[in-house]
Design a protein around this ligand. Structure first.
Ligand code: SF4
Ligand code: SF4
Length: 155
């Protein structure tokens, strides 16, 4: 009996001075690996223009038909995106999404990426339709600027 007690205390003392592996969520969030597929983000160039050119490849490749896009022509004087067209409406239905990452892989412009945000709980079904305003990132750093385009209006 004493041997079992000793073994139990030995295990306790072995771990008592080790660094904890738990996180005090939600105050402390566990860092996600780079390949983590969390909530989608729409990227911009560093001059503010949206990378998405509304080609709809992401919607075509999506196995659960979770992406809805409406394209519009860019006004050359006041462009929203870097291409001829931009996504006037871009929505992802997150209850349909199976987080496969196909949209990210298919995008020729690296416009849609899956970020580290895993906090996707909600109380209303309508809240799970994610619009552009929820997905657009601030201008990014480190990507090249598209040529001959100016941002003439706040984006
Ligand atoms: S992660 Fe997969 S299921 Fe979700 S929107 Fe992208 S392609 Fe569709
Ligand atoms: S996110 Fe990428 S694949 Fe989808 S419409 Fe925009 S440019 Fe095309």
């Amino acid at each position: 009996m004493f041997l079992e007690l000793f073994k139990g205390f030995a295990v306790t003392f072995k771990h008592i001075f080790k660094k904890p592996v738990t996180f005090n969520y939600p105050e402390v969030k566990r860092p996600q690996p780079a390949i983590f597929r969390g909530r989608h983000r729409l990227q911009r160039y560093e001059n503010g223009l949206e990378r998405c050119v509304a080609c709809a490849l992401c919607a075509a490749v999506c196995p659960s038909e979770a992406i809805y896009i409406e394209a519009a022509a860019n006004d050359p004087e006041h462009p929203i995106g870097a291409g001829e067209r931009y996504a006037r409406v871009y929505q992802i239905h997150q209850l349909r999404c199976i987080w496969c990452g196909f949209c990210e892989e298919a995008c020729p412009e690296d416009a849609i990426v899956m970020g580290p945000n895993f906090e996707l709980a909600g109380y209303e079904r309508s809240k799970f339709v994610c619009g552009k305003n929820q997905m657009l990132d601030p201008p990014e750093k480190g990507f090249g600027k598209p040529a001959d385009l100016k941002v003439n209006q706040p984006l």
